[in-house]
Design a protein around this ligand. Structure first.
Ligand SMILES: Nc1ncnc2c1ncn2[C@@H]1O[C@H](COP(=O)(O)OP(=O)(O)OP(=O)(O)O)[C@@H](O)[C@H]1O
Ligand SMILES: [Mg+2]
Length: 247
């Protein structure tokens, strides 16, 4: 893996605080995502991992801190952008659950994900996705609700890629997948990253995720606890023991 730590920081989360109603979940989280890198956030259940991504989408309430994206030297405030505009500033999101439209066809799901961004045509992006995911191409006209768990996760990813994002936010992409599919998924993420897409993901499958990550953050009780090179974190016995569980 090439060192991307000197790349320009694409997405910056700075001292993020907030939660739900009056309950504060995030107590000052800071995360830097260098351009073209894969960054993973791990940590115990309830640490606030999903809440970070939800804050960006206005689903959780932010009380302090900032999230910015650097688009060609132009620093934009992500938190003041409406959720439906985030894809227009280069951010794609695959939520943990309910990330496809089961009643729509596979092709329609892709079309719904399309955003006129980066001068990309819908038809071109669609054929790219069908090339990348032959399983989806074979069933383009079928309802998405008929797909298996693994195929749904593929479709959710493809839908997000239809906006040609600069950075993809993924919440537990491997959740609920059979072990063989988990390997496939992580290989797929590496390929997506190699095609130029920056990735910020939250994962329970900490070791596997950190293994493919340039950088990782361990979050606990809404605070940064540890951070470092992805592989080194995954191999650190103390971190593994306390936060990541056994192999
Ligand atoms: N909509 C909500 N309203 C109130 N509390 C919530 C809501 N969603 C999450 N929480 C609480 O916020 C805390 C952090 O939740 P979050 O989903 O961010 O954790 P997580 O790190 O993603 O955990 P997991 O590994 O289980 O996905 C938890 O205590 C959770 O119960
Ligand atoms: Mg979560």
């Amino acid at each position: 893996m090439s060192d991307k730590s000197s790349n320009k920081i694409l997405l910056t989360i700075e001292n993020l605080q907030g939660g739900y109603g009056d309950v504060q979940i995030l107590n000052g989280v800071s995360i830097k995502v260098p351009e073209k890198s894969i960054v993973t956030i791990v940590g115990p259940n309830g640490a606030g991992k999903s809440t970070i991504l939800k804050s960006i989408y206005g689903i959780a309430k932010v009380t302090a801190g900032s999230v910015t994206i650097n688009k060609d030297g132009n620093i934009r405030n992500v938190l003041t952008s409406k959720p439906h505009n985030l894809s227009k500033i280069g951010i794609g999101y695959v939520p943990q659950i309910e990330n496809i439209f089961p009643a729509l066809s596979i092709e329609e799901n892709l079309e719904v994900g399309y955003v006129d961004y980066a001068n990309r045509k819908m038809e071109d992006l669609k054929s790219e996705m069908f090339q990348r995911y032959p399983d989806l191409a074979n069933r383009a006209k079928s309802r998405a609700g008929t797909l298996s768990g693994g195929q749904r996760q593929m479709l959710a990813m493809a839908r997000a890629l239809m906006s040609a994002p600069d950075v993809l936010l993924l919440d537990e992409p491997s959740a609920g997948l059979a072990p063989a599919l988990v390997d496939e998924l992580f290989d797929e993420l590496v390929k997506i990253n190699q095609s130029g897409v920056t990735i910020l993901m939250v994962e329970q499958n900490a070791r596997r995720a950190l293994d493919i990550s340039d950088y990782g953050y361990v979050l606990d009780m809404g605070r940064n606890r540890h951070e470092g090179d992805g592989r080194k974190l995954a191999d650190d016995p103390e971190i593994v023991g306390i936060y990541l569980g056994r192999k």
